[in-house]
Design a protein around this ligand. Structure first.
Ligand code: BGC
Length: 750
């Protein structure tokens, strides 16, 4: 016993020394970098400093950019992806420019690089941060092999509006889920050590409030009061800043009249002052230039002055900094210290990435690390986990040995490019495995393929009869519908988010054949497809699933894998319900559930006869699917949550255990979700907030106990006085299947 205590003690001392040593090593490494940065800065001319803050999009080969780079007039280049050309140009920067400062090569590596993963919204549906981290690591290895050392991701804009095309790039509506996924992506992109040649610097975007564009119309104004900004929109950004994201991007939008690229509150006070961020801020593409269109700047010098003085460090594509900054510094409109600090931040990141020691990429690497069997397997797993089973009436799925023939119909069944989704610049669509191809690989199945349309927007019904006859010849119909990639993503907002073209008519006629109908929806956003879901027996929502999406869908259809995806956003029934999200406040007159809807209202009903609650006469308040929802090939039963105590103080950590039983007949994964509600606060609090989740694999008949540990400090929020703290009082807590289920237990914070 004594011996054990001594050896425990020795172990602890050893561990403490190791932690200390690592911290010391990190500190001295940081000090060394700061010294090098200062040293470099002291040698730089005004023009060279300004050059470091200028980012351009590549305009040709290395030779065409030679002179500018040799003169030290470019700090970073985006959209340059050829390793041979990148090395050539880097050689100019390192060997021909006066101070030899390397270029930072950037690209939008958003959901994979050559191997494309599901769109970020799909990845968020996996509720699997480890897998998301592995995916980002894979993308970083592929991208860095082409010479890219900086990505404009993760995109962690909270999105409550499916009309907004960029919801596809986001991690959905929930601040906690987006934080966890954002941190996972940062870890994956940046790896264990920034100066590893496979590390690519992350960029948290779009800072901030971009997802709250009014009416879901891209680039539109956002009006977010400060408390809501801090409680809902900023938490993912704070989380990734603290996880070490090296760069931030100022967003296009304005909030309450102040465009982010000229917002010192966001960039200086919050990001640097409150969160201690020491990386650099880049504008979004010409977002400094757009300060004129916003009507807050008169001309180029004005917008440069405003943006750099507000905390922007690097100008993407305005050409404003390079043209105007020297003069502005000379006139004293931009202080030398402001310029120096911006340059310092950019140089710091370049040193941290090891670019000065190791500026070149191994030109033979790309072929060895891209689209490898391991990467394809990872993309397949990511796609499997991102698919949500929304409906499975009569257990149509998984398809069994009795199914000998399937009709594969619909425009998205074999769209090698569109299945990759938005931001697949470097995806190799030849390597895409479509559902049609994967289903054709299944032995013993006759496949009757009839796409019916040329695209998802095809309005012609001429192809429907052949699809119907394929359905009639088959045991099961698999209809793969949705949106092409171009219908979501940047600047691709929609006012109507139902299926386009004649797809609804196809589904209606397929349903009328009486054949079992499995609907698969590949899209960049939740679509309003309630009627089509009713007409189908089973429904998979796969978002745009990436390179291996087809293989993943076949695995799920035939039950090689069990679905485990969960809705990362609330699915609306009708577009008019938007914005619709689970973590809303209660209102003074919440919906009661027994309200009279449109069709049941008696003639000449009296003004107040319907009850005065907050709902739509034609849609109630219920969504099509709540946040966190998803089925699988078995069923789970939750026991009552057991709390470690009923009363806690702010410094405590609450522990809660719940039994979950697999009551069906096959092994599957449940995503257990922990929600809380702060019943009374200094401001009205959400009816539920996700605070934790866990994926648990459970065998048939098995009961597992899931344990969550929740530090009470995580119940803090910005209240009436704009400070963040935990407010004492009573809370409800659920451990449940989705944001709309479960029975709460309560606890008190003293
Ligand atoms: C987008 C950013 C992107 C940038 C560079 C902009 O239009 O808003 O998300 O990173 O272009 O491609």
């Amino acid at each position: 016993m004594i011996y054990q205590n001594i050896s425990n003690m020795k172990y602890r001392i050893l561990l403490a020394s190791l932690v200390l040593l690592t911290a010391c090593a990190e500190k001295s490494q940081n000090d060394l970098i700061e010294q090098k940065v200062d040293d470099m800065l002291s040698q730089m001319t005004l023009e060279e400093k300004v050059g470091q803050l200028h980012q351009i999009s590549a305009w040709g080969d290395a030779a065409s950019m030679h002179d500018e780079v040799a003169a030290g007039r470019i700090g970073s280049i985006l959209n340059f992806v050829d390793p041979v050309e990148i090395n050539k140009l880097q050689r100019v920067a390192v060997e021909e420019s006066r101070l030899g400062i390397p270029l930072l090569i950037a690209r939008d590596v958003i959901h994979g690089y050559n191997t494309i993963l599901p769109i970020p919204l799909g990845q968020a549906a996996s509720f699997d941060p480890e897998l998301v981290e592995q995916g980002a690591r894979m993308a970083a290895v592929e991208a860095s092999a082409d010479g890219i050392r900086w990505t404009f991701a993760p995109m962690i804009d909270i999105s409550r509006d499916a009309r907004w095309g960029r919801i596809a790039e986001s991690c959905g509506e929930d601040p906690y889920l987006a934080s966890v996924m954002g941190v996972a992506m940062v870890r994956g992109f940046q790896g264990d050590s920034l100066n590893d040649p496979t590390a690519i610097a992350a960029c948290a975007k779009h800072y901030a409030g971009y997802g709250a564009a009014e009416g879901g119309r891209d680039y539109n104004a956002a009006n977010i009061p400060e408390r809501q900004l801090r409680n809902v929109y900023l938490p993912p950004f704070e989380a990734v800043a603290k996880a070490g994201a090296q760069t931030f991007m100022s967003s296009f939008n304005e909030i309450d009249g102040v465009p982010s690229t000229a917002n010192p509150f966001l960039l200086n006070d919050v990001l640097r002052g409150e969160w201690g961020f020491d990386g650099f801020v880049v504008t979004d593409w010409n977002s400094a230039g757009e300060l004129m269109a916003h009507g807050v700047c008169v001309d180029k010098p004005d917008l440069v002055e405003k943006s750099i003085n507000s905390g922007v460090d690097m100008d993407m594509m305005t050409y404003g900094f390079i043209e105007e900054l020297p003069q502005l510094v000379e006139e004293g409109k931009v202080k030398q210290s402001v310029l120096d600090e911006a340059v310092r931040r950019v140089l710091r990141v370049k040193y941290r990435l090891g670019l000065f020691d190791n500026p070149y990429v191994d030109e033979s690497l790309s072929d060895k690390v891209s689209l490898t069997p391991e990467n394809l397997a990872l993309a397949r797993k990511a796609a499997v986990e991102s698919v949500i089973l929304l409906k499975n009436e009569g257990d149509v799925l998984p398809l069994g040995a009795n199914v000998k023939s399937v009709a594969v119909v619909g425009p998205m069944a074999h769209m090698k490019y569109d299945q990759l989704g938005t931001w697949a610049f470097d995806g190799v669509s030849d390597r895409t495995v479509t559902p049609l191809e994967a289903i054709r690989e299944i032995p013993g199945i006759t496949v009757n393929y009839e796409p019916a349309f040329d695209s998802t927007r095809d309005k012609s019904t001429a192809g429907i009869p052949t699809a119907i006859s394929a359905a009639r010849r088959s045991d099961v119909v698999i209809a793969i519908v949705g949106e092409e990639a171009i219908l979501s993503g940047e600047a691709h907002s929609l006012a109507d988010i139902s299926l386009k073209g004649a797809q609804n008519e196809l589904i209606r006629q397929l349903s009328a054949t009486g054949k079992p109908l499995v609907l698969i929806v590949m899209a960049g956003r939740p679509l309003t497809i309630g009627e089509q879901i009713e007409q189908s027996d089973a429904v998979f929502y796969s978002f745009h699933p990436g390179t291996m999406g087809g293989a993943a869908i076949a695995d799920l259809l035939w039950g090689v894998e069990a679905p485990s995806g969960r809705t990362p956003v609330t699915f609306p029934k009708m577009v008019g319900q938007i914005p619709i999200y689970y973590n809303h406040t209660n209102t003074g007159r919440p919906f009661q559930g027994n309200e009279t809807l449109l069709d049941d209202i008696p003639l000449k009903a009296g003004q107040t006869s319907l009850g005065c609650t907050s709902f739509y006469l034609d849609a109630g308040v219920e969504p099509l699917y709540p946040f966190g929802y998803g089925l699988t090939y078995t069923t789970f039963e939750y026991g009552e949550p057991r709390l470690s105590a009923n009363e806690f103080s702010v410094d405590d950590t609450l522990t809660v255990e719940t039994n979950i039983t697999n009551t069906g007949s096959r092994e599957a994964t449940e995503v257990a979700q922990l929600y809380v509600r702060d019943l009374v606060g200094s401001i009205s609090r959400p009816v539920r907030e996700l605070k934790a989740f866990k994926r648990v694999n459970i065998k048939p008949g098995e009961t597992v106990t899931v344990e969550f540990r929740l530090p009470i400090s995580e119940l803090a929020f910005y209240g009436f006085d704009y400070t963040r703290k935990v407010e004492p009082g009573e809370f409800n807590l659920w451990v449940c299947h989705d944001s709309n289920s479960g029975t709460p237990v309560s606890f008190t914070v003293k």
